[in-house]
Ligand binder design. Structure first.
Ligand code: BDR
Ligand code: CA
Length: 313
């Protein structure tokens, strides 16, 4: 059993990662979910997190954090996720409780109160986590691993070199990458292979309540993905959670990775120094490949589990 905190900016793929994590309570004890400005404003992504958790009848504490990056202004991604940050499904009206603490204090308290080390799934710009590590460095001892979606060694999506989550807040990413905490990086090298097909999305819409909701959201996401040349839909953020559930479906290598914060085309680039021999210098397990069918199977089965839960009936 892992104790898990999820930092996110839902976001279609964030939502799929949350759903999949929630479907595995015997393996992942979710201590809380925190939001950060990224795919959309903090207000909108927090609203989206509330909608997902309410729809699931979940009982997971939720806290909102930073509105935008440490240094620069937020650049959102409405072209991929729509104006709401998670277009495609009408969740109706209703609310979900929000913790009164800021996400950074919330994370600190959850981590320090946990009887064991915690794992963090980081699915968004790393602003909240960078602040957590700067303000409360003592948490480092209690974090076993950060499984994150971000970056990419071979190419970018936000610019030719850089991936969205890192590009939005490179200063935060560099703080996290150099923190000494073990990092598993699901960058574009692997996440673009972790895609579901149009047929798989369509079939979700014939199933239970949770699968249908996911199918509707992914229909929007699939359509918007076409403008970027995608035929199938990469569920980027789900890789960070899927790795925790079934690491054997991934292949990766340990390298020394840092983040460029310089102005210019490399700002936000995650670069790997593959020469460094010493294991202690290899701060990141860079995921490179995934068994696509196992990945899709894990996801579809997770939704079926949720369909069968009491709230869905
Ligand atoms: C990442 O950027 C966001 O749009 C997604 O939610 C994911 O976290 C992919 O580059
Ligand atoms: Ca995200």
């Amino acid at each position: 059993m892992r104790y898990l905190l999820i930092d996110c900016d839902p976001g279609h793929d964030d939502a799929m990662a949350i759903l999949t994590a929630c479907a595995h309570p015997e393996e992942l004890k979710i201590l809380g979910i925190t939001t950060v400005g990224g795919n959309q404003t903090l207000k909108r992504v927090t609203e989206n997190a509330k909608n997902i958790l309410r729809f699931l009848c979940a009982d997971i504490p939720l806290a909102s954090g930073q509105e935008g990056p440490l240094v620069r202004r937020l650049q959102a991604a409405p072209e991929a996720h729509g104006d709401s940050g998670m277009d495609g499904f009408d969740f109706g009206t209703g609310d979900y409780p929000l913790a009164s603490e800021h996400a950074v204090t919330f994370l600190y308290e959850k981590i320090m109160a946990c009887p064991e080390k915690v794992t963090i799934a980081a699915l968004a710009p790393l602003t909240n986590l960078a602040l957590l590590l700067k303000v409360f460095p003592e948490v480092k001892e209690k974090i076993s691993c950060i499984s994150m979606m971000g970056g990419g060694i071979s190419h970018g999506n936000c610019t030719e070199l850089t991936e969205f989550n890192i590009y939005v807040d490179p200063e935060a990413a560099q703080i996290v990458f150099t923190s000494g905490i073990p990092i598993v990086m699901a960058g574009l090298d692997v996440t673009e292979k972790a895609a579901v097909t149009a047929e798989e999305i369509e079939s979700l819409k014939t199933k239970g309540r949770i699968s249908r909701m996911a199918g509707e959201l992914l229909t929007f996401y699939h359509e918007s993905g076409k403008q970027f040349g995608f035929v199938d839909s990469p569920i980027h953020d789900l890789c960070a959670v899927a790795y925790l559930l079934e690491p054997g479906m991934f292949r990766g290598e340990r390298w020394h990775v840092e983040v460029s914060t310089e102005d210019g085309p490399a700002r936000g680039l995650t670069y790997a120094d593959k020469r460094l021999a010493g294991n202690e210098q290899k701060n990141v397990l860079v995921l490179e490949d995934v068994d696509r069918d196992r990945f899709a199977g894990l996801f579809i089965e997770a939704l079926e589990r949720l369909d069968a839960s009491a709230c869905s009936r």
